[in-house]
Design a protein around this ligand. Structure first.
Ligand code: ATP
Ligand code: MG
Length: 348
């Protein structure tokens, strides 16, 4: 018993949430051990592409690279935009959590990967191959809403309907789950990235100021809100960028009311996705959702007021999962560890 546990611990089995914005790795027996942006900086010298940095280091370079270096997000908009770079990134993270070495094949490590819902079967096979090349003996996939629901402790194995809304970087997935399966699911191409873009274009339109996506993301995380403040203004912050009229760097002030206005379109699309899912839910499952409520996961669930807006619009109880940013990885890890969830893993 002790030995088998020891070997399981040593097996380097892992679960990976391969997200559009962040990749999170869970190690069997250890929990979440890595959480880094899904960004790779690639240098091209004399036509040869070489990985320069991955994760945190690469994200720092975004929007600031010289001509020869490009900071790439291989999984944009919930789909795999650059499969070669995605493969390199997966290998890098697997090796990193393994102390810089490939997992030992004789330990037969199993890897469960949560892939973007929009990925094609060709891309899923490529991801499987990347994990196999990095030392996995067996690769399983899991659908993101299922992993999110398991991570949020929802009763997915029981005949009880649960609704999960995962607001990620690229997509928002809305799903109703029951008995280890997705009774209904829909995905809208709106998530944190679209919110950042909405802030960029709002500031450009209303203040003639060009700001980068990184600045927009910071504003969203610090003072962003889905619901306008009660006085219509709320907190005020300073933001810097380039003046579009005379081309020089400039600083302006913006308040939370304006940010809520900027975010109203992407937030509206998310609300609409939830409404459509509710309309398409079978009555018995809908009855369960009235009792159980809706659970929000993904980094977008941290946007202030998003739960309130959904509560107002649906009249249902809405809660935010405990650790929205690592919830999917946690659920993927539990699916790997606990035999009760085995049925939710997909072979590629
Ligand atoms: N406090 C916050 N307020 C608003 N948004 C936030 C906050 N913290 C993180 N985010 C946003 O959450 C997003 C990342 O969430 P997450 O890591 O769940 O996405 P992902 O799993 O990589 O993407 P996907 O599931 O679409 O593939 C980013 O857009 C980030 O800006
Ligand atoms: Mg995600």
């Amino acid at each position: 018993m002790v030995f088998s546990r020891f070997f399981k611990f040593m097996s380097h089995d892992m679960a990976i949430d391969l997200g559009t914005a962040n990749t999170v790795v869970y190690l069997r027996g250890r929990g979440v051990v890595l959480n880094e942006p899904s960004v790779v900086a690639v240098e091209t010298l004399q036509g040869v592409r070489k990985v320069k940095a991955v994760g945190d280091d690469a994200k720092l370079m975004m929007g600031k690279t010289p001509g020869t270096i490009e900071a790439i997000r291989p999984l944009r908009d919930g789909v795999i935009a650059d499969i070669d770079v995605a493969e390199q990134m997966i290998k890098h993270f697997i090796t990193k959590v393994n102390g810089g070495k490939h997992p030992m094949p004789w330990r037969h490590p199993q890897i469960v990967i949560c892939v973007p819902s929009g990925s094609t079967s060709v891309e899923r096979r490529a991801i499987r191959d990347a994990a196999s090349n990095a030392g996995a003996s067996q690769v399983w996939l899991i659908e993101e809403p299922m992993a999110a629901a398991i991570g949020a402790d929802m009763p997915v194995t029981e005949p009880i309907g649960s609704m999960v809304v995962d607001i990620g970087g690229g997509t928002t997935e809305v799903a109703v789950l029951s008995l280890r399966g997705l009774a209904y699911s829909t995905s809208v191409r709106v998530g944190g990235d679209k919110m950042d873009e909405a802030i960029v274009s709002y500031v450009r339109r209303n203040h003639n100021l060009l700001i980068g996506e990184g600045t927009a993301e910071r504003i969203k995380q610090e003072v962003g809100t889905a619901k306008p403040p009660s006085d219509g203004i709320g907190q005020t912050i300073h933001i810097k960028g380039r003046d579009l009229v005379n081309g020089v760097p400039k600083e302006i002030q913006i308040n939370q009311g304006q940010i809520a206005e900027a975010l109203s379109e992407p937030v509206g699309t998310i609300v609409e996705g939830v409404r459509i899912a509710l309309e398409n839910t079978a009555p018995e499952l809908a009855a369960d959702i009235v009792d159980q409520g809706i659970v929000l996961t993904g980094g977008g669930a941290l946007l202030a007021g998003i739960d309130e807006i959904l509560r107002d619009e649906t009249g249902l109880p809405v809660t935010v999962a405990e650790e929205p940013l690592t919830c999917v990885a946690l659920g993927t890890g539990r699916a790997l560890e606990d035999p009760v969830f085995r049925g939710v893993l997909l072979a590629v």
